[in-house]
Design a binder for this molecule. Structure first.
Ligand SMILES: C[S@@+](CC[C@H](N)C(=O)[O-])C[C@H]1O[C@@H](n2cnc3c(N)ncnc32)[C@H](O)[C@@H]1O
Length: 424
């Protein structure tokens, strides 16, 4: 969670209560600006706080940041060690432990001891092993105080992040506005977007290949942009779920004038444009930039809430139990949710003489929500059933041509071993 100093103390207390103090990881400081604003009387704030909590610290997947090439340049290979580039570290530590104080003879014949108040990092026996393994460095001339070789190939490939994140590393808010403008024909469609780099760093620290990233205040969908960008860079297959209220844009704003009446519309278009841009820039045409959009709504199925004074009318009204203003797709996705399938499950639309059959998850669920369902349609559904398991079949209750057709359909399905037939 990103917040400034007005509310950070309250947010920290709320989060400690919700997540538990033990699950507090840290507060990162994001340098969101660099030039002072002299209008501000007392201080020109140029940082935000990024509060970081784990659901449960013990189980937190935390990956650190990729080691930059800059860090790697500290490694070299002056003695042509076959294990590759290395750097050397101090062999002495304090406070001293008596059994770790002993003499070492350098190749040049000089006798050395640890400095006063220190001892060697390892025991005499361990030192002998390290020396035999060519892991001790006495300098080019063989006369210097011994140091321990640390090979690049053996150090962690990631580094632990510092808590201060500078704008050079993760961009500032001006950059963020600029990168969003570039996607929207120079229109400023969102007031305070986050930089893609900032979001990418958070993702690098806490996610890997197949993780799902949820941002429930997604705004202009910077998080989705960063997910696609990072996938393109490291070959990952992370997925995102963005949630945003259809908060109206101000009628005087650039966003409104450009046709985006609410923030969801901005987010959706951002995802489309960012996806295309990343594919273009990286040439990775197989990058998954697809997404589905869902709006939260009440059920598509009418409630049974009869008015007992008008029972006859209400009963007739419920003959068709699907709300009039809803589409077949609306109903399809409600069914998927109700039977516990993810909304990303593969769905094939089969056209049968102008009527649609949904083949869900490779024939394991077959759904038809048409009116005038007849036996031909049922036969067509059978053709697509999974070979591996008897499918679930879901049909629209009021869709059957007649009761006789319904009875026949059920019998036909049963003959083929399909007994899990439901109607909506
Ligand atoms: C500042 S935006 C996020 C910006 C985003 N990081 C970006 O880069 O574009 C936060 C969004 O959260 C939404 N929001 C704020 N409070 C909310 C609440 N209580 N429930 C749901 N949404 C909320 C607002 O609609 C707002 O658009």
């Amino acid at each position: 969670m990103s917040i400034d100093d007005t509310e950070v103390s309250n947010l920290k207390k709320i989060c400690d209560e919700i997540f538990g103090e033990v699950n507090f990881i840290t507060i990162f400081i994001w340098q969101r600006a660099f030039a002072p604003v002299n209008m501000n009387k007392f201080a020109s704030r140029n940082h935000d706080f990024v509060l970081c909590y784990a659901k449960q610290t013990d189980f937190l997947s935390w990956y650190g940041l990729p080691r930059s090439q800059e860090a790697d340049t500290r490694y070299s290979n002056p003695d042509n060690d076959p294990r590759g580039p290395w750097t050397s570290g101090d062999l002495s530590v304090g406070p001293p432990v008596p059994e770790k104080i002993y003499e070492i003879v350098t190749p040049s014949g000089r006798v050395v001891y640890p400095p006063k108040g220190y001892c060697w990092r390892v025991t005499k026996e361990r030192f002998a092993e390290l020396l035999a393994d060519n892991r001790i460095w006495f300098g080019k001339d063989g006369d210097s105080v011994p140091r321990l070789k640390r090979f690049l190939s053996e150090v962690k490939s990631t580094i632990t992040p510092l808590t201060v994140w500078t704008h050079q590393e993760v961009s500032h808010s001006q950059d963020a506005k600029k990168e969003l403008k570039e996607l929207f024909e120079d229109q400023s469609v969102m007031d305070y977007p986050k930089p893609v780099k900032l979001m990418k760093r958070i993702l690098e620290l806490s996610t890997r290949e197949n993780d799902i990233i949820l941002d429930f205040f997604s705004g202009s969908a910077t998080t989705a942009h960063a997910v696609m960008q990072l996938n393109a860079e490291d070959g990952g297959n992370r997925k995102f779920i963005m949630v945003q209220l259809p908060e109206k844009t101000d009628e005087t704003s650039d966003a409104y004038k450009a046709g985006y009446k609410n923030i969801c519309e901005i987010g959706k278009e951002r995802i489309r444009r960012a996806g295309e841009k990343i594919v273009q820039e990286t040439g990775k045409t197989d990058l998954d930039i697809g997404f589905k959009v869902f709006k939260l709504d009440s059920s598509n199925i009418k409630e049974w809430d009869p008015d007992f004074e008008n029972l006859e009318r209400d009963l007739f009204d419920l003959q068709n139990n699907i709300k009039e203003d809803r589409t077949k797709e609306d109903l399809l996705y409600e069914i998927l949710l109700k039977i516990g399938l993810p909304l990303t499950v593969p769905i094939e639309e089969i056209d049968c003489r102008g009527k649609t059959i949904y083949n869900v998850a490779y024939g394991s669920v077959l759904i038809c929500l048409e009116d005038e369902i007849d036996l031909d349609l049922v036969q067509e559904m059978l053709k697509h059933r999974s070979e591996h398991m008897p499918p679930k079949v879901i049909l629209k209750e009021s869709g059957f041509m007649s009761d006789a057709v319904k009875t026949n359909a059920l019998q036909t399905l049963k003959k083929h071993g399909i007994t899990d037939v439901r109607s909506v």
